[in-house]
Design a protein around this ligand. Structure first.
Ligand code: IZC
Ligand code: ZN
Length: 426
């Protein structure tokens, strides 16, 4: 019998953190278990991992296989590609004009209530053509890939009317087809109340439930539905109605909960068994227990807290100690988190959430993958999974969050293909 050709063999890996483990999001002490292999090698066939282990084991297994291409990792650290489970990727414009307001002390929700913030990005997104949205998001995806991210969740939510929400979702699907990064699609029409519905927000809720959600579902443009459950945005009751409607239309659920004010969004996430609850800066012990008991994954966004600059961070340690699964994400958006860098998030996770570098790696790979229901395909380096791999310039994990503000990625392999070589897009 002829042996399979090995498309790509990575040798001379100083330390390989495989994140191999149970087939679910990791909790508690499991978040520190990284499946470390010293002096490792990885073999790839058809974009998937064919073998991973010590170099000796892998070379033994590959005896008699022809090898098409080989990369010498030079003794470096290798991890799974990073997974970013919460972004507002597709949008028009940017909001640097709000920086001065923020520094003067105008709160985020006040900027929004004055018709700025999200509503300012809604205006830019309505004005932008599909091509402009595509080009802007393409550049962001390139930044993400250069910084080691290989799978990204992307939300709509800057249209707030059916046509523009569909425009954003279509652009995200086109990007998914053309860009090496894999995208997971989320409908977030419930991101803000449009000014014209300010006096009667229930009418906008009805529009979401009766027209927007059914059409997005009919067109198959979103796997998840998300909502901004926040003071002055959507109440817990409105969030319950909207998310329940989305579930009836076959969407999985996410919720922006307790970002600024705690309304009970964490408890709602537990009640509806959302896949994940996002932000959770203002969540209390009751909310943590409820989410833990329902298996809701907490997606924490410490770069957002850093950038809101109010000094408030999610109680990550309490969550981990309570046994809740935690993932981390950029929240990449033009308002509260204008960064594509998961390495920035890793540093903020260590410094401000008091997570260890090991916990942070788990939260930005395998747990992030489970937060978007891709844990069976990406997030760890195991036989049969997608060959999404980062070769770092560093030899150890700790150096990456420690030496902050620069890019430590040397090479990125996406689905078995070299897409970043020596820090440059291929
Ligand atoms: O554009 O401000 N929090 N939504 C909820 C955001 C931040 C994005 C934005
Ligand atoms: Zn968000």
């Amino acid at each position: 019998m002829t042996k399979q050709n090995i498309d790509l063999l990575i040798t001379n890996i100083g330390k390989c953190l495989t994140l191999e483990g149970p087939k679910r999001a990791r909790t508690g002490a499991e978040m520190k278990e990284l499946g470390e292999i010293e002096k490792a090698a990885i073999a790839i066939v058809d974009g998937k991992i064919f073998a991973v282990g010590t170099e000796q084991e892998v070379l033994e297994q590959l005896k008699n296989h022809a090898i098409t291409e080989q990369i010498d990792a030079g003794g470096a650290l290798v991890t799974p590609g990073l997974v970013d489970p919460h972004t507002h990727l597709v949008h028009g414009g940017s909001r640097e004009h709000e920086l001065a307001l923020k520094i003067e002390g105008v709160p985020y929700l006040e900027i929004l209530s004055r018709g700025g913030g999200i509503l300012s990005t809604v205006r830019s997104t309505i004005e932008a053509s599909e091509q402009e949205l595509y080009d802007q998001a393409w550049k962001s995806l390139n930044e993400m890939l250069l910084h080691g991210t290989t799978t990204v969740e992307a939300k709509s939510g800057y249209g707030l009317n059916l046509d523009v929400e569909l425009k954003q979702l279509r652009v995200a699907h086109q990007l998914d087809e053309k860009h090496p990064i894999d995208l997971v699609h989320t409908f977030m029409g419930a991101h803000a109340i449009p000014l014209e519905y300010k006096e009667d927000p229930e009418r906008f809720v009805d529009l979401l439930i009766n027209e927007m959600i059914p059409e997005v579902a009919r067109l198959g443009l979103a796997e998840f539905c998300d909502i901004f459950c926040e003071q002055g945005v959507f109440s817990v009751e409105q969030s319950r109605r909207i998310l329940s409607a989305a579930r009836e239309h076959g969407m999985k659920l996410k919720i922006h909960a307790d970002e600024i004010v705690s309304l009970g969004g964490a408890e709602l996430a537990a009640e509806l068994q959302c896949r994940s609850a996002e932000h959770l800066m203002a969540t209390d012990d009751k909310g943590i227990q409820a989410m833990k008991d329902s298996g809701v994954i907490g997606v924490l966004l410490p770069a957002t807290s850093f950038n809101l600059a109010t000094g408030k961070f999610a109680p990550a340690r309490k969550m981990i100690e309570a046994g809740m699964a935690i993932a981390l994400s950029t929240d990449y958006n033009p308002g509260s988190s204008p960064t594509e860098s998961m390495q920035m998030v890793q540093t903020c996770g260590c410094l401000y959430l008091r997570m260890t570098p090991a916990e942070v790696l788990t939260a930005t790979t395998i747990n992030a993958a489970y937060a978007i229901d891709r844990g069976d395909q990406v997030g760890s380096l195991e036989v049969g999974k997608k060959a999404d791999i980062v070769i770092w310039k560093s030899k150890n994990l700790e150096y990456i969050p420690y030496h902050f503000g620069i890019n430590h990625v040397d090479h990125v392999i996406k689905a078995g293909k070299l897409v970043v070589n020596k820090g440059q897009l291929v």
